[in-house]
Design a protein around this ligand. Structure first.
Ligand SMILES: CSCCC(=O)C(=O)O
Ligand SMILES: [Fe+2]
Length: 180
């Protein structure tokens, strides 16, 4: 299951937890629009996918999937990590299902504060289009995750502040604050 907290503002090792204050997933979802699911790890690793995940993919129209492995031996590791950890958004949702390992997804809340989401096998996160976020592996330095997308994938990060005027950001902000 995910663990979530507000981050402190220490600027040292970003792979430290930086835990300031624990947050429950309801607060995370309410203050960011992030959606969280958890599936049994053994079910998502088996060939015949678990029915709940099949249904989620159908309901959300996820027609594309692939697997990403983040570890020091990967090609252009340092470059990839810098890209992942640079605060950015996307025109579309970022959907990640953790198969093995762990990592930190940091997301900006409605007061622009960093919330850190520690994800583990079986956790599925949907980061809304237009939300600023970043990713870094935890001290294990290993994560294997499935990526889902609607149609042909677009992974391009839009780094802050270039995303501020993007239509997805405008729509995200409108939805997030309207819920207040
Ligand atoms: C565990 S997924 C690695 C991070 C990523 O895919 C992304 O930030 O787009
Ligand atoms: Fe991203």
């Amino acid at each position: 299951m995910v663990q979530c907290w507000y981050m402190d503002d220490r600027q040292d090792d970003p792979q430290d937890n930086h835990l300031l204050k624990d947050v429950d997933t309801a607060t995370l979802c309410d203050r960011t629009g992030v959606e969280v699911w958890h599936f049994q790890p053994d079910q998502i690793l088996s060939d015949n996918e678990c029915p709940a995940l099949v249904k989620l993919k159908q309901d959300r129209g996820y027609t594309y999937e692939d697997v990403i492995k983040v570890e020091p031996s990967m090609e252009k590791y340092d470059e990839k990590l810098k890209m992942f950890f640079t605060e950015h958004t996307h025109s579309d949702e970022e959907i990640r299902l953790v198969l093995e390992g762990a990592g930190f997804f940091d997301v900006r809340d409605c007061d622009d504060k960093w919330m850190r989401i520690h994800v583990f096998p079986g956790d599925l996160l949907i980061l809304p289009a237009g939300m600023y976020h970043r990713f870094i592996p935890d001290k294990q330095n290993f994560i294997l995750a499935k990526r889902f997308f609607v149609g042909e994938p677009v992974w391009t990060p839009i780094n802050r502040p270039n995303g501020d005027t993007h239509p997805s950001r405008t729509a995200y902000i409108k939805k997030l604050y309207h819920n207040d």
